[in-house]
Design a protein around this ligand. Sequence first.
Ligand code: DGJ
Length: 735
Amino acid sequence: MPTIVEYNQIFSLSNSFFNYVFKVNSAGLLEHLYYGIPIENGHEASTHYRSIQRALTSDFEGVEHLSLNDLPQEFPCHGRSDYRSPAFHGRNKDGNSIFTFSYQSFEIKSGKPNLESMPCARGGDAQTLIIYLEDKLMQIELRLYYTIYEDHAVLIRSCSLHNLSENEIAISAIASTTLNFAPGNFELMHLHGTWAREFNEERFPIPTGKFTIESTRGASSANHYPFMAIMEEGTNEDYGQVYSTSLIYSGNFAMHVQKNEFDSTRLIAGINSFNFNWILKPNQSFEAPEAVHVFSDRGLNKMSQHWHRFIREKISPPNFYNIPRPSYLNTWEACYFNVSSSKVLGLAQTAASLGLEMIVLDDGWFNGRNDDASSLGDWVADAQKFPEGIAWLAAKVKQLGLKFGIWFEPEMISPESDLYKAHPEWAIQVPGRKASLGRNQLTLDLSQEVVVNYIFESLDRILSCGDIDYVKWDMNRAMTEIGSTALPKDQQGEVAHRYILGLYKLLDRITQKYPNILFENCASGGNRCDLGMLSYMPQSWTSDMCDPIGRLDIIHGASYILPNEVLTAYVGPSPNHQNGRVSSLKTRFLAGMLCAGRGFSLNEEDLLKYKDEIHTYSQLIKETEKDLLGGKFYRLIKSRNEVCFQYISSNASKIFVVYFQILSAPNLPFKKVRLKGLNPDHSYELKDNKQTYRGDVLMGSGIALPYATNYGEGKELVMEIADFVSHLFVFHRSD
Ligand code: DGJ
């Protein structure tokens, strides 16, 4: 089991991956001591802070030389000699913002308590330390939760606030976690983006001052994925200590890193305090979402593998754990809104003949939905396009031996809809202002229970037919004019968070009622791929960017945190509809080869034109569907012109290496790539040439990468001389 020990009010949490240590200091505050590689006696770890007089500092409550401005703290507050951004901020009964939480007691629990209102990591081989603190003057209790696992390099943190007084407290900031770093040269990496360009890596030395990633859009968004890695200078894929953080939360979040005048660095992460204000009434509690910290002592690749295993085992819904994902044909880029029973059945027949396993009816199937200007909220089949209804169609598709999937955008309402006519008050809005539209639509106010019930019942009516195997849950706009018709004036600052709580209730109900339906998370692609959504949905439509070259960057960035089981990709048309690029079907397929959810979105004409290739790839999906669950992912090459990923199946019997050369150039160097993570003593047979290589050869000397040339003579592995070429190496362990 992981160990949590208390020794003279020093708390040490340890497992074979890391130690995390803090103490109660002489002022009753929680002072951080250590986070890093395992050390035998955690309680011997010492803080970098020294109680020595410095000019222009203030001393907390007059305790000699105790300036909180430089003190590493577990949950810092504002205004009492710490001038940095706090983990908590609010207004108390006296109208001031001064709070101090002093240590009271602790409790160690085996396992891990669940949050009441939000998804959270599962427990199991875990222990949880709960620290009880109190602001005696204001009669508020703060509980800090720390969970450590036996077999994961993961620390989970969260907190809850309990109002024991007879007065209201206005909470304007409540973070989930704080990490402290002693002065040193740290770099920061985060993932930013936008529609069809999600998960771009950015990395830089942490500057003095404050750097924030955040969302104010109501959803976690692709603009900043809720993820930050703080690492020692010079860290690369295989070397360096990395401290990374994400949140199990799908709404407005913020993570900031602040480095002060003494080079102390502090990370604070949680619900975004901007535009947030929560009135905590007497006897009420507030829960902060969970923050997940992953520590790696061996660079970014190890960090990613820790995240991948943790998300599989503790976040993703367990009912789809290790279950292969069906290959599919999606109607979106094949038909857009122009769908109908006959078209879908025609495509389904072709899909079945090509060896695919599921057809997904995307947008356009419901009441009057012929473009994106109407109908969201009216979840009944369009009478013209689907006169026999969805249940009939699903049953027909099943008769062809295929699974059936369907698209919804449950959280939205079109002003042009029956629902809006009946319930304009159900949209997110503020009085007296004309609403801004996103994709011609408004957001439903999920902070209202009646709205959550309506959506549940609408979906339930369709899903209860029993023939639906998959649901693509889309969400295509950011919130504006955030307000609710159902809350009083002083609670309007709660709407964005209450929306997320309503969404979680809805997801809870629907996924519990339909545990066998495979839910795919989508938000205009990867605009809400966070760990909150992934707690309900085993996979996520990673991006609307289906051009393979655009997609490679996205897979590269996403792979820092998300396991391949979560990622889905399909072969879309060429020229690509997002960036106009022309590429081969092979490269389009191989770009998504290592994602567990794979499919096609091609029209009838293309399906027939490429039928042999599609058939080959649908067979390859079948052959490899089990291999792509639970294995290890490596980023081998990422340069301006080349990308190479490697994947080792969970039983280590198969190795897949996908290689891409982006632009063609004549007379390029002959190159090799060294594989990673193999057993040096095992032999691996390469399917291309049936040659066997020892693991140490593949990892030490490497294999020759295919060469793009028109003069291949049959002895060497060549690719055609063209832009956007690719190759798949498959190795089978042969002993
Ligand atoms: C955005 C999604 O990302 C697409 O795949 C597609 O489902 C459209 N929405 C449908 O409107």
